[in-house]
Design a protein around this ligand. Structure first.
Ligand SMILES: *Cc1c(COP(=O)(O)O)cnc(C)c1O
Length: 401
C-alpha cells in the first residue's frame, strides 16, 4: 500500500485505506461532499496538531523516543492493555506479531477472505500459509463455527478481523484457541475503541494489531501502526523485531526489520487520541440517524443495515449496508452526487496474489455474496444530518420507496 503505483492503477482490493488517498476522497467536484472529510476534522484540531508538530521539529528527535513512548502509554491506558508497541503500519503490526510468535514456513494461520489484503498478506510474508474460513453474513466477521474444521497439526494462530469497527465473536474463538494451544492475533486495524462484552478489542487475544492509516478512526498524517499485548516476553520480542532484532546497538540476536513509528506521527496521534471517544460517539450518532432515516422510508425491505449483536460496541469505521443490486445502487448514487465505497469487491481467495493457495469460487459463499452486496456509506464524525438525508433520499429514489 505504500506503493503509489498500486493505489493509482488498482481496481482490485484496495482498503478503506488506499481509496482515501485517491479517487473519491477530499474534493472531487462531482460529489456533493466527500466520502471521508479529513479536512473538516483537521480544522477542529489544527492548533493542537501544529503545536505538537512544532514541538517535535524543535526537538529534532524523529525516531521512537519520548513522543512514541507517550503515545504507547496513552494507548495502553486507553485500551487497558499492559504493553503497546508502535510500528510503521498496521500491515507491519500483523507481521511483527507473527514474527514475535515465530510463525513461519510450514505453519498455518486461520483468517477470513473478506478483509483487507494485509491480514492474509502478513501471514504469507512471514512464509506461513493463510487458511481461509467464511464469515457470518450479519456481522461480516469470521464465523466461529467454521474454525474447528480448519484446524490442522500445522495451525499456529487465528486472526479474527474486527471488520468495519465491529468486534468479531471472540469467546468461542478464544475457547478453541485455548483447547488447541493456538495464538489469537486480533486484527483491530478498523476497530480501535470497539468493545466486546465491555472489553476493548485488541486486549482479549494474545496480541492486538492496530493501524493509524489516515482513514482509520485514529488516523495519523501518514502510515503508522501498533501492537498490544499483556505478555512481557512478546512485548520484548516486538520491541526487538521493530529495530532489526537488536536490543544492544549493532548486536543482533535475531533477524528483525525496520518498522518504527515516527515521533512526528506519535505527536499528532497523541492529540487525536484525546478526541477518539467523542469521534466514535459521533459515528454512532450518524449510524443511528441512518437507521432512523431509512426506517422512516421503509427501506429495510430493500437494503440491509449493519447488525450489531447486543454485547458489542461498534465504532463504525464503515457503515456498510447490503443490497442485492449493489452495483446499480452505487452507480445511481454517483449520479446523484453521493459518494460510496465498496469494501471489498473481491474476496481474498479469488485474488491472483493468493491463487497459489488453490482456492476456487464457491468455497466461501458468504464472503463471495458480501463482495457482491456490500456498500459503505459516508459515516465520518463531521458528516451533517442534511447530508445523511441526501444519501437516504437518493437510496429511496433508487428503491422506488
Ligand atoms: C488498514 C488495515 C490493515 C493494514 O493497515 P495499514 O496501516 O494500512 O498497513 C490491516 N487489516 C485491516 C483489516 C485493515 O483495515
Amino acid at each position: 500500500m505504500a506503493d503509489s503505483r498500486l493505489q493509482r492503477n488498482s481496481s482490485v482490493a484496495t482498503g478503506p485505506s488506499a481509496q482515501t488517498a485517491t479517487k473519491t476522497s477530499q474534493n472531487n467536484p462531482s460529489y456533493l461532499f466527500p466520502f471521508l472529510d479529513l479536512r473538516a476534522q483537521f480544522a477542529t484540531i489544527k492548533d493542537e496538531v501544529m503545536q505538537a508538530v512544532t514541538r517535535v521539529m524543535d526537538s529534532q528527535h524523529f525516531i521512537l523516543g519520548p513522543e512514541v513512548q507517550a503515545l504507547e502509554n496513552g494507548i495502553a491506558t486507553f485500551l487497558g492493555s499492559r504493553f503497546a508497541i508502535g510500528c510503521a503500519s498496521g500491515s507491519d503490526a500483523l507481521m511483527l506479531a507473527l514474527l514475535a510468535l515465530k510463525v513461519g514456513p510450514g505453519d498455518e494461520v486461520i483468517t477470513t477472505p473478506f478483509t483487507f489484503v494485509a491480514t492474509a498478506g502478513a501471514v504469507a510474508r512471514v512464509g506461513a500459509k493463510p487458511v481461509f474460513v467464511d464469515i457470518e453474513p450479519g456481522t461480516f466477521n469470521i464465523d466461529p463455527n467454521l474454525i474447528k474444521p480448519a484446524i490442522t497439526e500445522q495451525t499456529r494462530a487465528i486472526i479474527p478481523v474486527h471488520l468495519f469497527g465491529l468486534a468479531a465473536e471472540l469467546d468461542p474463538i478464544l475457547k478453541l484457541a485455548g483447547e488447541y494451544r493456538l495464538a489469537v492475533i486480533e486484527d483491530a486495524a478498523q476497530a480501535i475503541g470497539a468493545r466486546y462484552k465491555g472489553t476493548p478489542v485488541g486486549t482479549l487475544g494474545t496480541m492486538g494489531c492496530f493501524s493509524f492509516f489516515p482513514s482509520k478512526n485514529l488516523g495519523g498524517a501518514g502510515d503508522g501502526g501498533l501492537v498490544t499485548t499483556n505478555d512481557p516476553e512478546l512485548a520484548n520480542s516486538l520491541r526487538i523485531m521493530r529495530v532489526h532484532g537488536s536490543r544492544k546497538k549493532y548486536y543482533y540476536e535475531v533477524l528483525g526489520t525496520n518498522s518504527r513509528l515516527d515521533a512526528l506521527q506519535a505527536a499528532i496521534l497523541r492529540v487525536k487520541l484525546g478526541h477518539l471517544d467523542t469521534w466514535a460517539r459521533a459515528r454512532q450518532r450518524n449510524a443511528e440517524r441512518y437507521r432512523a432515516l431509512c426506517s422512516e422510508r421503509g427501506l429495510e425491505k430493500s437494503i440491509k443495515l449493519p447488525s450489531i449483536p447486543v454485547d458489542r460496541y461498534h465504532v463504525y469505521n464503515q457503515f456498510t449496508i447490503r443490497c442485492s443490486q449493489r452495483d446499480g445502487l452505487q452507480e445511481f448514487l454517483r449520479g446523484r452526487g453521493i459518494p460510496t465505497e465498496i469494501y471489498y469487491p473481491y474476496p481474498l481467495h479469488l485474488q491472483p496474489a493468493f491463487s497459489y493457495l488453490g482456492y476456487h469460487a464457491g468455497q466461501f459463499p458468504q464472503s463471495e455474496a458480501a463482495s457482491q452486496e456490500a456498500l459503505s456509506l459516508p459515516i465520518y464524525p463531521e458528516l451533517r444530518e442534511e447530508q445523511q438525508a441526501q444519501v437516504v433520499r437518493a437510496i429511496a429514489e433508487f428503491c422506488g420507496a
